[in-house]
Ligand binder design. Structure first.
Ligand code: IPE
Ligand code: IPE
Ligand code: MG
Length: 242
């Protein structure tokens, strides 16, 4: 990691896809209508990311806290995710997009887990871009899982406590091979992380837009990338721009 002015495309873009409910409310429709509409944006952003040379696109689809929503809404969300994964897998294979799910698979409907595993298997060799679907995910969950993994390794005598450094911790995370997040985009005007990637966003550039997720379009995504290109990333070192 070096201090450099970033004028390039972010390697890892993470998106908090927010505002589906408010979008639906504006149309006087049920919240789930907004989730349905948001699927089209997912498709567009995925295609665009691959075209623009993004290596990893992480999409926050369902947080561990989202179980607090009404049972009906959760059910619809699970169903829509299954449908989206099943429908998009062919396009992902065609476009060379590797699909990976990040999150706790326990507690998810069996059919959804099956669709996830199928998409992961079919796209395993794809190399153009990776799409990481964060589902039943939270940053604190991931950190806790990592702590457990390390503790088990210590217990087995495979790891010395003293050798647990940032590198060892990073390597024990769920999906440890992803690069750090370069750019976080959040739609809908909320300016918080809502327990998305925590470790991974330690040095991410943050971009917030008022656009609601179903309205988020090519121009919004390009704008986020354009703003990113103007940011100077210093990583604690001194400026190179003088
Ligand atoms: C994002 O839209 C989708 C999920 C969190 C699953 P919301 O459903 O949070 O939409 P708002 O924030 O209520 O508008
Ligand atoms: C964050 O959005 C989670 C996802 C987009 C999946 P929320 O709408 O759940 O976040 P809060 O509750 O406003 O923080
Ligand atoms: Mg929301």
């Amino acid at each position: 990691m070096s201090a450099s002015a970033s004028d390039s495309v972010p390697a890892h873009v993470a998106i908090i896809m927010d505002g589906n409910g408010r979008w639906a409310k504006k149309q006087k429709m049920p919240r789930t209508f907004g989730h349905q509409a948001g699927r089209e944006t997912v498709r567009e952003v995925m295609t665009l990311s691959a075209q623009l040379g993004v290596s990893v696109l992480s999409l926050f689809a369902f947080s561990t806290e989202n179980w607090r929503r009404p049972r009906h809404e959760v059910g619809v969300l699970m169903h829509l995710m299954l449908k989206t994964i099943a429908e998009e897998v062919e396009t992902m294979v065609e476009k060379g997009i590797r699909f990976r799910m990040l999150g706790n698979r326990l507690g998810l409907p069996a059919e959804l887990v099956a669709a996830i595993e199928r998409a992961e298997d079919l796209t395993r060799a794809c190399e153009t871009m990776q799409v990481v679907l964060a589902l039943n995910y939270s940053g604190r969950w991931a950190i806790t899982e990592t702590a457990k993994t390390l503790a088990k390794a210590v217990k087995r005598g495979e790891l010395e406590i003293e050798s647990i450094d940032e590198q060892a911790f990073a390597a024990a995370r769920p999906i440890a091979d992803l690069p750090a997040v370069d750019l976080l985009i959040r739609s809908s005007g909320e300016m918080r992380l809502s327990n998305f990637y925590l470790w991974e966003m330690a040095y991410a550039e943050l971009y917030f837009t008022d656009t609601l997720w179903p309205d988020f379009a090519e121009a919004d995504f390009k704008q986020a990338l354009a703003v990113y290109a103007t940011r100077e990333r210093r990583f604690g070192a001194l400026t190179q721009r003088g």
